[in-house]
Write a protein that binds this ligand. Sequence first.
Ligand code: GDP
Ligand code: MG
Length: 253
Amino acid sequence: MNKKLPLIAIIGRPNVGKSTFFNRMLKSRKAIVDAQEGITRDRIYGKMDWEGHDINIVDTGGFIPNDAEIFNAPIRNQIKQAVEEADLILFIVDGREDATSSDRELAQIVHDIGKKCILVLNKCDYKELEENVYQWYELGIETIVPISALSGRSTGDLLEIVIEKLDLINPGSDQVDDDSMRIAIVGMPNVGKSSLTNALLQKEQSIVTPIAGTTRDSIDSQLVWYGKNITIVDTAGMRKLAKVSESINTIPL
Ligand code: GDP
Ligand code: MG
């Protein structure tokens, strides 16, 4: 028998963009097997694929006329059912607004069930709208991700977190430098930081590239040591800074 696929439940009050998100997940990955009506009339199930992981996804509140601001018992019940069977809950809110009583009620359902949950702040169509994010911590959900389901903004970031939360990361495959480390060489001027860096690099024949680091005056160099990737950061910038403060300190009083 096939291993059961993980199931994500999309919940949220009407009009926050649940179905927009659901459709995007199914369409944009082009890996839909089918998006069919669920067992219960009001839930829609679909299958999506993200970076080779198949995930089942269920949208709730699907057939409420015009998705008006109704939050009645039937919706509540179907949300509860979806949450019961889910491995991960995507709790969607309107990130441009403040939390409503319905949002709080849903947060309570999520807390009661005690399952993994991501609070998705939808409708964050551009960066400035993310300024609101802190107020959402009041719902007591640790992981908060602002996205725009309409434009797809940051949905990739969200899916990365989904994969992580579902423990779908396969150890040993696709691992990118998991064992790499960065060492920063810091210290006062003239103590021998660069000599140490050079000694480390010259000792090994396996230097790959000495590239200018992101910080203006620091240099990143890569070396491989017994198969481990190590990045050495020589913080030459500190030397400059130290010189400045030194000269300030030596101004005669
Ligand atoms: P649902 O009731 O939660 O399923 O919400 P829908 O997916 O039906 O979306 C409700 C409305 O919000 C629709 O008019 C969508 O076009 C709009 N909407 C959904 N996602 C976004 C978004 O990311 N940004 C903006 N600006 N509007 C959105
Ligand atoms: Mg909907």
